[in-house]
Ligand binder design. Structure first.
Ligand code: ADP
Length: 824
């Protein structure tokens, strides 16, 4: 074998002729190559052409595929048909071919070489002279063509170049065919895949589309059309199909997405929109797409899928609705519900938790318990842990929660473990009911019970007190009654000496007064109790009152008790506006008690002005009162102790009346006392200084203006008493025994100057009689006389045409003053 550059032993004419023939041959081959469809037919055509050309003795082609894994071989001798293409094993590759391929250069062989005998195809090399032409393209050699020729042409340089070109043209064509075959294969593969994909899409009822952006054609898979209710031929394969079916509201967002894909602003998109089904309903579509680009980066296609998610959407919205409904139920449930994990974190709560604790829901959920209710977290956690540890619910725990306004909220709580699908405890659910109202009611009930027990005890005590009071009262009434009855009988005795008679009479009067005082006390306390007691203010000279009371209330001489009084204001300053009856009764009660409970020493009555209040005191050196009783003695029927009451008597009403009166006058009453040392009772009343007017004197000659008095009185003894006094004073009296008589007498006796009218009378009572008399003698003074001493009763008399009022039993001094008043 010889290198091509050295070969030149044929005549120039022959060579030129051969060259021209070779040129024609290559041209011919070129034409064939253009039409050739496959590598194998190319091999066959080339070998066929060589066989039919007289210039060549024989030829063969070896081709490998681009990976070098497949080798094919074809051969032919002059005039014969190409042999069948055969697979060729690597070890059988001829040495010449190896070299030509390796060097990518034509080999010119001038004789058969030694190792040709070893070559499997050497029998196909019918001439010693041959060209081994590498077949290559783009610097890759993938085969070679062997041509055996007559010796004379072996060294023609142009021929070699021509064959070189032939190798390249064949190489190019083979390469082109290879690429085309690969593309076809790929296409086949793609179609196969697409079909498979379509199958899947059809099976899942989803749709596939492939939008060619250059032609604007769109391939809609049959599944895509079916999904919308159409047959394959019912919708056009272009954008109009999509445009006419998509919901108007979703159009722009879909366009925007596609544009972003084309502009490479996103790799892929996933959106949801609505499309109209053939049957008119809207279906929900999930659209996913991706774009493909050419080498220059221009978008070529958008390929995507459409999935009908209507059912899924419906399911999702049902789920959302369900969750929402659950939340609404939970939020409106009266129970407080808390979901906690096993680390004491609060996962979820109902609205009621927020309401109850005053903490917004979002500040509770996701927090650790200690952040939400720091004071209680540890306590709650103990129960939680027990539930988590044992896996058993804890029911009916009574616990408290501090509310935002600092009040205590009472809860009745059940704690239940909650587990995952593997039955592993994931946390606990806490159900609590606000039982604050219940607890408060329970608390109130307990308090009420306590109160009731207290009231019961008080009632029992009060019953005991009443019994004691009644016993005392009967004793207090019996004692003077006995005297009255006993001494009244003795007065019957005509032989009774005058001195004794006088003594007995005074005992009877004293006992009667004592009785009267008891009756008055009882009436007074009941009127204080029923709030019927009212003040009757007038000017009162306190200094004079003290003098009068000290004169009246004197202990009997057997007692070694001194009396002292302290008046801290002068007479004029001591005249105040107050209720004389009430203040008189308070001081009298205190003085009488001091006298009763003091056996020796001093009793001091006085007053002082403090902070515009007159503060009175009655101080004694008597038996004193124990601390325990000092408050109680101001209650009704209360006496310090039984032995005292047995020894000293009394009804236990005096101090209660004094307290009631002091308070009615706008003041208060209290005591300081030490057993066996004595007591000081204090009471205060407002110091309201009076405007002093000169008092009417009794000196006036009343008989000049007042002569005849009609006394209307049904009780003979009462009339006797009045008669005794008024006749002695020089008045003329006329007696009427009832209201009717009083009216009649008044009508016929114009000389009557005044009427003393009893209220309770038979036939016609005093009120009615007075009213009628006033109609025909409006200026005739009428003074009511009654045993009903209550102040509101008194007001009633003045309303009813009475000019004045006098209480029974009649005090003569008072009566005299009333008579003077009536004529002045
Ligand atoms: P009475 O004296 O009719 O029992 P009071 O209401 O006036 O009722 O007094 C109630 C009780 O207070 C008396 O029974 C007596 O135990 C006690 N008490 C009142 N004043 C004195 C006093 N000056 N010294 C000692 N005990 C007194």
């Amino acid at each position: 074998m010889k290198d091509t550059s050295n070969a030149s032993n044929s005549s120039p004419e022959n060579q030129t002729m051969f060259f021209n023939q070779a040129l024609q041959f290559i041209n011919h081959i070129n034409k064939i190559l253009i039409k050739t469809k496959s590598q194998n037919s190319l091999m066959r055509e080339v070998i066929d052409q060589i066989s039919n050309n007289n210039n060549f003795h024989s030829a063969w082609i070896i081709l490998t595929n681009s990976l070098g894994t497949e080798k094919r071989f074809i051969k032919s001798s002059n005039g014969g048909k190409p042999n069948a293409i055969k697979r060729f094993d690597k070890k059988d590759f001829p040495a010449c071919a190896k070299r030509a391929i390796q060097n990518n250069k034509i080999l010119v062989r001038n004789k058969l070489e030694e190792n040709c005998s070893l070559c499997e195809i050497s029998e196909n090399c019918l001439s010693r002279h041959a060209f081994i032409i590498p077949i290559s393209s783009s610097n890759t050699t993938f085969g070679c063509l062997s041509l055996t020729i007559p010796e004379k042409n072996i060294n023609n340089k142009e021929l070699i170049n021509l064959f070189n070109e032939l190798g390249e043209v064949i190489g190019f064509t083979i390469h082109k065919l290879e690429l085309a075959s690969r593309a076809k294969k790929q296409q086949k593969e793609n179609i196969k895949k697409l079909k498979q994909f379509e199958l899947v899409m059809n099976a899942t009822n989803d749709g596939l589309y492939d939008w060619n952006l250059k032609t604007n054609e769109i391939y809609y898979s049959p599944g895509w059309k079916k999904m919308l209710g159409y047959q394959s031929d019912e919708l056009p394969d272009d954008l109009s199909a999509w445009e006419q079916l998509i919901h108007e509201d979703d159009k722009s967002k879909s366009w925007d997405m596609a544009k972003e894909l084309i502009d490479k602003k996103r790799d892929r998109f996933e959106i949801e929109f609505k499309m109209k089904h053939k049957d008119g309903r809207w279906i929900n579509i999930l659209s996913r797409a991706q774009a493909t680009f050419d080498k220059s980066g221009n978008a070529q296609r958008i390929i995507g899928t459409h999935v009908d998610i209507t059912e899924r959407k419906k399911f999702e919205s049902n789920q959302i609705r369900l969750i929402h409904d659950q939340q609404v139920i939970l939020d409106n449930a009266p129970a407080v519900i808390i979901f906690k994990d096993t680390n004491n974190n609060i996962i979820r709560v109902t609205e009621s938790v927020a309401k109850l604790s005053g903490i917004p829901k979002k500040e509770i959920e996701g927090r650790h318990s200690s952040e939400v209710y720091p004071e209680m977290a540890d306590q709650y956690w103990e129960d939680d842990l027990e539930v988590i540890r044992t896996g058993k619910s804890k029911i009916g725990i009574i616990e408290t929660l501090p509310s935002s306004d600092g009040k205590k909220i009472w809860l009745r709580t059940d704690k239940i473990p909650y587990r995952d699908e593997n039955n592993i405890i994931k946390g606990i659910i806490v159900f609590s009911i606000d039982i604050t109202d219940l607890k408060n009611a329970e608390h109130k009930l307990i308090e009420k019970n306590k109160e009731l027990t207290k009231s019961k005890l008080k009632a029992e005590e009060s019953d005991q007190l009443k019994t004691a009071f009644i016993q005392n009262l009967s004793h207090e009434i019996r004692t003077p009654m006995n005297s009255i009855i006993g001494f009244s009988e003795m007065l019957e005795n005509p032989l009774l000496l005058d001195d004794k008679r006088k003594l007995f009479r005074s005992i009877i009067i004293k006992s009667s007064n004592q009785l009267l005082s008891i009756v008055n006390d009882i009436l007074t306390i009941s009127s204080i109790d029923t709030n019927s007691e009212e003040n009757c203010f007038e000017n009162v000279c306190i200094n004079k009152l003290i003098d009068d009371l000290l004169t009246i209330s004197r202990p009997n001489k057997s007692k070694k008790v001194e009396f002292k009084c302290v008046k801290s204001l002068d007479n004029k300053e001591s005249i105040i506006v107050t209720d004389l009856t009430k203040i008189t009764q308070i001081i009298t009660n205190l003085l009488n008690n001091a006298i009763k409970f003091t056996h020796k020493g001093l009793i001091e009555l006085g007053y002082s002005l403090k902070n515009n209040q007159l503060e009175f005191y009655v101080k004694d050196t008597g038996i004193g009162i124990g601390k325990l009783h000092q408050k109680k003695i101001f209650e009704r029927f209360r006496q310090a102790n039984i032995s005292t009451s047995q020894q000293y008597g009394g009804t236990g009403l005096g101090l209660a009346i004094s307290k009631g009166f002091a308070e009615l006058l706008g003041g208060k009453i209290w005591v300081h006392s030490t057993i066996d040392k004595g007591s000081t009772f204090h009471f205060s009343i407002p110091y309201q200084k009076a405007e002093v007017k000169p008092n009417k004197t009794l000196d006036i000659n009343i008989s000049s203006k007042l002569n005849t008095i009609l006394v209307a009185e049904d009780e003979p003894f009462n009339y006797l008493l009045i008669e005794e006094f008024l006749v002695n004073q020089g008045f003329t009296l006329i007696h009427a025994k009832n209201g009717e008589e009083a009216i009649r007498i008044c009508k016929t006796n114009m000389e009557i100057d005044l009427i003393l009218m009893d209220i309770k009378m038979p036939k016609l009572d005093g009120y009615s009689a007075a009213k009628q008399i006033k109609q025909f003698r409006p200026n005739l003074p009428i003074i009511a006389q009654s045993a009903y001493v209550l102040s509101h009763e008194r007001d009633k008399y003045s309303d009813l045409a009475f000019d004045d009022f006098i209480t029974k039993p009649i005090d003569v001094t008072e009566l005299k003053q009333k008579l003077i008043n009536s004529v002045s």
